[in-house]
Design a protein around this ligand. Structure first.
Ligand code: ARG
Length: 462
């Protein structure tokens, strides 16, 4: 890298060593900040003009050159070279090529420290909206399936053991709820990220009569930073964003894991559309849920990104340190990962065929109606502790007889406990167990329909 293109060559006798240049360069990944850097430059140019540091003619020329540079970046006519250290260096070169020495005026009152923090906030606020839209798309796909299965029974599980019957629609909506919280998290995050670092300069603010409030407004921020040192040292917005994407990754991973289970031979609850499943290079019969597995696997890199940035930040003295350049690849990777995974998952879910017959058959298996017997006894005034004991004995008898709960004879019922009589069979159907669950948020078809309506309402708001 020669001192000609460097932003800091003045006090150095020679150019940087090759090894330093190779370590230092970030343009290969931060180039995607170019549109945001250009937007910041436009706002800054106007403020310099407002401060009387650029005349109207100079402002016009600078804005025209920025427009031209933006078009050249978009078309690929202007590209960063190996000589450009980072996106800011490359774009200043582009401006100097267009304007000569006038291009050098734009740097007044601004440092790469407030510039890079601004660019990254702009980039993330923009892309958080894209991530939110893709989350909505996946939530919509789950909701669409849930609508079809408001009263399809399934064996609800804890510890991956059959527990109590639920409706499959309720189950699918249990994957939508975390996504709704993630959407809210992104919205909350945006409110805190909407702070403009511009005006902080390197760390101390500027002696020039800049207008950070105006710059903030022009770039869509709510306000300028309250403290110029914090403005350039703060990467909370990066860490928080990465926490949200890591948590999204965890949610997608849990959904992915369930789809892998549901589509296995052993469960056989769902079948994937051919377009959203993969085959094997050697076993011709195979149909694999690779999308679900990749969603599960990619949670690892999303969590890794959060850990990378928190670890990088933890010992840094205020204010800017070059370590902070390491914040970008993890967030870019998080955005790219979710922009790949979310549409694939949405397509996989919306085209998935649910095997209702298999679910209906599985719902009572494993004595999932045992709790109904215990509750029936409680309604008769038996203390739950005793009811649990009695029902346990009934289950043990069924296991010995290899029969279902509703297949026990009247004599055997009486044998297990004097509390039991044949009318207990009224509660021994999956359908009655589901229908009995009428409290808000529970799995009965009624509350599930209410939940669906509320979820659709929330999603409409995005
Ligand atoms: N490429 C740098 C980064 O990403 C830009 C800021 C550089 N500032 C500095 N004083 N060296 O953090």
């Amino acid at each position: 890298m020669s001192s000609r293109t460097s932003l800091w060559g003045g006090r150095f006798a020679g150019g940087p060593a090759e090894a330093l240049a190779r370590l230092s360069v970030s343009v290969q990944f931060d180039w995607r900040l170019a549109p945001y850097d250009l937007a910041g430059s436009r706002a800054h140019a106007r403020v310099l003009a407002g401060a009387g540091l650029l005349d109207a003619g100079e402002l016009g020329q600078i804005l025209a050159a920025l427009d031209d540079l933006e078009a050249a970046c978009a078309s690929g006519a202007f590209r960063p070279t190996v000589e450009d250290e980072d996106v800011h260096t490359a774009l200043e070169r582009g401006l100097l090529e267009r304007l000569g020495t006038l291009g050098g005026k734009l740097r007044a009152g601004r440092s790469r420290n407030d510039q890079v923090a601004t660019d990254l906030r702009l980039y993330l606020r923009d892309h958080a909206r894209g991530v939110a839209a893709s989350l909505v798309q996946l939530a919509d796909a789950l909701v669409e399936q849930a609508e079809r299965h408001v009263d399809t029974p399934a064996p609800g599980m804890t510890h991956l053991q059959h527990a109590q019957p639920v409706t499959f629609g309720h189950w699918l909506l249990a994957h939508v709820q975390p996504l709704l919280r993630d959407l809210e998290r992104l919205r909350d995050w945006d409110a805190r990220a909407a702070i403009s670092p511009l005006g902080a300069g390197a760390l101390a603010g500027s002696s020039l009569p800049l207008d950070p409030v105006r710059v903030a407004k022009e770039l869509g921020f709510d306000a300028p930073a309250a403290n110029s040192m914090d403005a350039v040292a703060d990467r909370d917005f990066v860490a928080e964003f990465l926490f949200i994407t890591a948590l999204v990754g965890v949610h997608l991973s849990r959904l992915g894991e369930e789809v892998v289970l549901w589509t296995s031979q052993e469960f056989g609850w769902a079948e994937l559309d051919d377009g959203f499943a993969t085959g094997s290079s050697i076993m011709p019969q195979k149909k694999n849920a690779d999308i679900a597995e990749l969603a599960r696997g990619k949670a690892g890199r999303l969590i890794g990104g959060l850990v990378t940035v928190l670890t990088m930040l933890k010992g840094l003295p205020l204010t800017y340190d070059r370590d902070m350049q390491e914040d970008k690849e993890p967030v870019f990777d998080a955005v790219d990962t979710l922009e790949l995974v979310l549409p694939a998952l949405a397509g996989m879910i919306s085209t998935m065929t649910v095997r209702v017959d298999r679910l209906v058959a599985a719902a009572p298996v494993g004595y999932t109606l045992a709790t109904e017997v215990a509750d029936w006894l409680v309604r008769k005034g038996v203390p739950f502790r005793e009811a649990h004991e009695v029902t346990g004995r009934l289950v043990a008898l069924c296991v010995a007889r290899e029969c279902a709960l509703d297949e026990v004879s009247d004599e055997d019922l009486a044998l297990v406990s004097s509390y039991l009589d044949p009318t207990v069979r009224d509660v021994l159907s999956v359908r009655s167990a589901l229908a009995a669950r009428i409290t808000p948020g529970s799995t009965g078809p009624g509350p599930v329909a209410d939940q669906l309506a509320a979820v659709v309402d929330k999603l409409d708001g995005w």
